[in-house]
Design a protein around this ligand. Structure first.
Ligand SMILES: Cc1ncc(COP(=O)(O)O)c(C=O)c1O
Length: 230
């Protein structure tokens, strides 16, 4: 692609891709850094979910620090409402990033930033992250039990499951049928960058109380099987 088009940047989620849960291994990270150097690309490393992974490989920024902008936050590893981000960037990009922040959000929210800084320093962030990882693993375990036999794509540390459906299934019809049962799932459409959209569901595991998860997933399983054999 770099030979055919003028590519300037690569956006990547190397550590817990949303929605597939993929984690690039160290060889793939090195290959990405080499490619970026060869074609003078900027790498944008979206690490929103990275801290959910128990023993992640080194971040891509450590392979190509001179050309990687590393972005993360606290909404996935700590609490959904903590919408404050962190950007680690080579000095040459900082003026543009600062201008973009000013043009979009004006500045970072002071109270949330000071709360997070205090929580980092007193160990609260580390403690919450440990709890989150345990919670995600337990929920993923429930999902794997309930959806056993279906072609589930997910990472054991993640809060979501990608469920490809058969060719004959219609993800939008399935999502609507589940909505009637008050269960909300995503289709592939919001995640898709290609012209053809696969028939698949993204099932979030974190937004319901733990005790409701199994019954909700059983309803998803019923609906998927009904859709396949209707
Ligand atoms: C892959 C990915 N990156 C970034 C974000 C943004 O997170 P935040 O709203 O905490 O900035 C999300 C949120 O859904 C996400 O899924």
């Amino acid at each position: 692609m770099c030979q055919q088009r003028r590519v300037r940047a690569v956006y990547t989620m190397p550590t817990l891709h949303n929605p597939l849960g993929w984690v690039l291994n160290t060889g793939q990270r090195q290959a990405l850094a080499d490619l970026a150097r060869q074609h003078d690309l900027l790498i944008i490393e979206d690490a929103a979910y990275a801290r959910l992974v128990s023993r992640p490989p080194p971040p891509v920024v450590s392979y190509a620090p001179e050309r990687t902008v590393y972005v993360t936050g606290f909404s996935k590893n700590i609490a959904t409402g903590l919408r404050v981000g962190v950007v680690i960037s080579p000095p040459r990009y900082r003026p543009e990033i600062e201008r973009a922040i000013r043009a979009t959000t004006w500045n970072t929210p002071t109270l949330i930033s000071s709360l997070i800084c205090a929580w980092i320093e007193d160990g609260t962030v580390a403690r919450f992250e440990t709890q989150k990882r345990q919670d995600a693993r337990q929920r993923q375990q429930v999902a794997r039990e309930v959806l056993c036999g279906l072609p589930v794509v997910s990472h054991p540390d993640s809060y979501f499951v990608w469920l490809p459906l058969g060719e004959e299934s219609r993800a939008d019809r399935l999502a609507n049928a589940l909505m009637e049962r008050r269960i909300s799932v995503s289709t592939a459409e919001p995640f898709c960058v290609s012209a053809t959209i696969p028939q698949a569901l993204r099932i979030a595991l974190g937004s319901v109380p733990f005790d409701s998860l199994r019954p909700a997933l059983l309803s998803v399983r019923d609906a998927v099987e009904y859709e396949q054999y209707r």
